[in-house]
Design a protein around this ligand. Structure first.
Ligand code: AMP
Ligand code: GLY
Length: 423
């Protein structure tokens, strides 16, 4: 079967890498892709939210499966676009309906869903410009730090955690009245602060059944010791060592099952990944957020551990037969370390030549922000290349990733050297 992957980051290179290994895949396309996907599939210059151009590509190339990497096209309703089009409705789309994608597209929607299904999460209230004064009063009933979340998609920047009540009130005003995050902050969720260590679980559901993929922990801050600005993610470790069987049982029973059952009960069409961001408070898991896609760079550590054929898994999603699957997982640890452009997550330059990729043989190189230019691989984004390694011990796997990163070079390359410091 011919398959299309939508997206251009490390996550999508990892999908492409796994799908290319499947006997079930004939021709593989990526839109728009990067230099890494170009080496193992056909890149097509189509944007992930250009639905008419995607339709044209799917029909022209006889594509039968579309794997959606990022959240934007899902929140904009790409699954419904396929389901409601006579020429496209038989194509398997890995990604939820527009309604299901609201779990990521609206923080308030997600909180309401969590409360409806008694899934453990932080207490909250939401406010608009009309209720900004009530919002300030609500802040006064909470203890520091204060958590403010823009309701809509804000490219991972919409969450503010503030130590000081006056600052929190000012930021609330900035978000609601001055639209700090544009339309995304027309509504703001104010949440109880949860203190604990974070981890993520990944679920693949066909809308009835589900399989639980390996856990991962990502490192979001730019600086060592988890300091400085938030990024898309500087690296990830899978599995998470403290997520033992007893804790995973709680996650399954208190969070995963009620989430999937909630989707079923509410008739929400959901065929795709659920990425559940969790925090361990004492000995209990609580949900921080849902994402309706895989994480990046978590995918670069999680998917290489999945031994079950990925295309067959996706076929089971399309046919709603995931209950027939016995997921096979590589029990070793996988770690991925992200190299980024100097300056990221603020301003940085692109177009720097990357050398040393071919010198790496005992780790997997996943391209994120790269492109081909005159036969050379050059930087094309903030996050540039992720290096994934395996070992029985995550510390040894990390060592391998770090040794191999030393072989890579581009102007102002930066990476965190302390991943796993907190484990
Ligand atoms: P989100 O975009 O919802 O993942 O939030 C970004 C980050 O903010 C999370 O990864 C957490 O580190 C932090 N965060 C979000 N909500 C809370 C909360 N209620 N308590 C503590 N930290 C939080
Ligand atoms: N690494 C976090 C995310 O993909 O949202």
């Amino acid at each position: 079967m011919n398959i299309l992957v939508l997206g251009s980051g490390g996550r999508e290179h990892t999908f492409t890498y796994k799908i290319a290994q499947s006997d079930l895949c004939d021709q593989l396309f990526v839109a728009p892709g990067n230099a890494g996907t170009a080496a193992i599939a056909t890149n097509v210059a189509v944007a992930v939210t250009d639905f008419p151009a995607i339709k044209e590509l799917v029909l022209k190339e006889n594509i039968k499966m579309v794997v959606v990497g990022p959240e934007d096209p899902l929140v904009q309703g790409i699954s419904d676009f396929f389901a409601n089009d006579n020429d496209l409705k038989k194509v398997i789309v890995i990604g939820p309906s527009k309604e299901g994608a609201q779990l990521e597209g609206s923080k308030e929607y997600a909180k309401e869903f969590l409360f409806r299904h008694n899934i453990p999460t932080a207490a909250y209230q939401s406010f608009t410009a009309a209720t900004v004064e009530e919002g300030k009063k609500f802040l006064e009933t909470l203890n520091a730090p204060y958590v403010l979340k823009a309701d809509g998609l804000a490219a991972g920047k919409g969450v503010l955690i503030l130590q000081n009540i006056e600052e929190a009130k000012t930021e609330l005003e900035n978000m609601l009245t001055n639209k700090k995050f544009g339309a995304a902050s027309e509504k703001v969720v104010i949440e109880e602060f949860l203190d604990g260590i974070e981890l993520s679980v990944f679920v693949l559901t066909d809308g009835k059944n589900y399989v639980t993929l390996p856990t991962a922990k990502d490192y979001k801050r730019i600086g060592e010791g988890d300091t400085g600005l938030n990024t898309g993610g500087m690296g990830a470790i899978s599995p998470v060592p403290f997520a033992d069987a007893a804790f995973m049982n709680k996650i399954e029973n208190q969070i995963i099952k009620p989430t999937v059952e909630g989707l079923v009960k509410e008739n929400i069409d959901y065929k795709g990944f659920i990425f559940i961001g969790l925090i361990k408070v004492g000995n209990d898991p609580k949900v921080i957020e849902y994402n309706v896609r895989m994480g990046d760079p978590e995918t670069e550590a999680v998917l290489p551990r999945v031994k079950t054929d990925l295309v067959s898994l996706f076929q089971h999603v399309g046919n709603q037969t995931l209950d027939q699957v016995n997921l096979e997982i590589d029990l070793r640890s996988a770690t991925t370390v992200m190299t980024v452009s100097g300056g990221y997550p603020e301003a940085y330059q692109k177009g720097k030549e990357i050398t040393g990729i071919e010198a790496i043989s005992d780790s997997i190189v996943f391209h994120a922000g790269t492109k081909l230019e005159g036969g050379k691989v050059v930087t094309n984004g903030g996050r540039v290349i992720a290096v994934t390694s395996f070992d029985n011990d995550f510390r040894e796997a990390l060592k391998k990733s770090y040794q191999n990163i030393e072989k890579l070079h581009f102007d102002k390359m930066y990476y965190r050297k302390d991943l796993g410091f907190d484990l």
